[in-house]
Design a protein around this ligand. Structure first.
Ligand SMILES: C[S@@+](CC[C@H](N)C(=O)[O-])C[C@H]1O[C@@H](n2cnc3c(N)ncnc32)[C@H](O)[C@@H]1O
Ligand code: SF4
Length: 381
């Protein structure tokens, strides 16, 4: 759930959930997130089900409270609560499919109580709701937005919680703002790393980072960099103070630091690229640059519309002729990515702009990748 963006103006999906269907979602069982104010949520869409500061209970007990159990029950019955009804992340599925996924997970954990929590596989800690940028499309730029930084007292509670979570859980330190803009982000992330985790982060990577900060980022498992275009003037108007060359230089500094510190594997660098009007018109060139840099994973996201946005439009709002131009660009981008064996996802509802791969073309794509991987193995032997 780490690619979560709060949705403002999207139409409610599933206002009338057909009987026997539910969201394909195990998050309330095995995922957890803590906001910068200390709210404990079962996912990024749902309202808080507990407060970290108020609770002296163990996290296991908190995750088994009435609110968590009611949410799990509603998913298993298909009588969805409001946020699950409107969820834009998890698809609908027959209740039986969710039950089967759950019982195989429960079986592996020998947990007979179907409403009890499972071990946390992913924990997201939102250290900072404030940001150094003001992207036109982001909730952070809304006039009503009041972001806070996580304070030291709360972070002590988070440290305790991290200690209770399985060492195999993935710990994500990102949320609504920019983690690396928190004045204490080094101390906070340092303490998570000290107990043995290599955290994951989504970041605009736009700051001028000190050597110490670069060394800290080199200890992360994965770094997803948000940038939508290599047109600096465009990015300056839409996202404010961000320069493409600087972002690429910073990635290079992080990878060099990983080498110097003997950190293996180095952090997995990926990109999160917003596809909207106007970023679509520079997308081909930008993707070629990302691929040439050696990045192997890209997520393209569709715009979740905000009332306050002024400079961006989702592709579906374009006139038909521009939609056709956009479609041709997206097809060319996909060809580039397939040829370079780069993993990619188009996240969000791109409607007919990005046709889904058919079974046959997906199979061809898998076979092509397998063949190339085999050739690479032969040549590197
Ligand atoms: C809210 S940001 C927080 C992390 C960090 N500050 C960054 O920009 O990477 C997380 C991701 O949400 C994306 N995002 C922001 N506003 C969005 C919107 N209206 N629709 C879709 N994605 C959005 C950002 O581009 C970024 O990739
Ligand atoms: S950098 Fe990230 S958090 Fe900051 S305004 Fe942009 S999208 Fe939002």
């Amino acid at each position: 759930m780490s690619d979560c963006v709060e949705q403002q103006a999207a139409p409610p999906i599933g206002a009338n959930i057909p009987p026997g269907r539910t969201r394909d979602c195990l998050d309330p069982w095995n995922y957890l997130e803590i906001s910068a104010r200390g709210d404990i949520r079962p996912c990024c869409n749902f309202h808080p089900l507990a407060e970290l500061l108020d609770s002296e209970a163990s996290i296991g007990a908190v995750r088994d409270n009435a609110g968590f159990r009611a949410l799990r029950k509603s998913l298993l019955s298909g009588e969805l609560q409001g946020p699950c009804e409107k969820c834009h992340i998890r698809k609908m599925t027959p209740v039986g499919v969710l039950e089967r996924r759950l019982s195989s997970a429960k079986h592996r954990r020998s947990q007979p109580d179907i409403l009890a929590p499972l071990p946390v596989v992913e924990l997201r800690i939102d250290i900072n709701e404030k940001c150094n940028l003001r992207c036109d499309y982001c909730a952070v730029s809304s006039p009503e937005y009041r972001g806070v930084e996580m304070n030291g007292e709360l972070f002590e509670k988070v440290e305790k919680l991290v200690g209770e979570v399985s060492p195999h859980a993935a710990v994500h330190v990102n949320g609504h703002g920019e983690t690396t803009y928190h004045p204490k982000w080094m101390t906070m992330c340092g303490s998570i790393i000290e107990v043995g985790y290599r955290p994951h982060i989504i970041t605009n990577l736009a700051k001028n980072y000190s050597e110490e900060e670069i060394d800290m980022l080199a200890k992360f498992s994965s770094i997803q960099v948000s940038l939508d275009s290599d047109d600096d003037a465009l990015m300056r108007s839409i996202r404010k103070s961000v320069r493409t060359a600087h972002v690429f230089e910073t990635i290079e500094r992080i990878l060099n630091a990983a080498g110097r510190l003997g950190i293996s594997p180095a952090p997995r660098v990926s990109f999160s690229v917003g596809v909207y009007d106007p970023s679509i018109w520079t997308l081909e060139r930008f993707v070629e640059r990302i691929v040439a840099f050696g990045v192997r994973n890209i997520t393209f996201w569709n715009l979740v519309e905000m009332d306050h946005q002024r400079l961006v439009e989702p592709l579906r709002n374009l006139p038909a002729s521009d939609q056709n131009r956009a479609r041709a660009i997206l097809a060319a981008v996909r060809r580039t990515l397939e040829k370079a064996d780069v993993n990619y996802i188009f996240a969000g509802d791109f409607d007919s702009m990005v046709p889904q791969l058919t079974g046959a073309s997906r199979l061809r794509s898998i076979l092509r990748r397998a063949r190339r991987a085999a050739w690479r193995r032969v040549f590197s032997a």
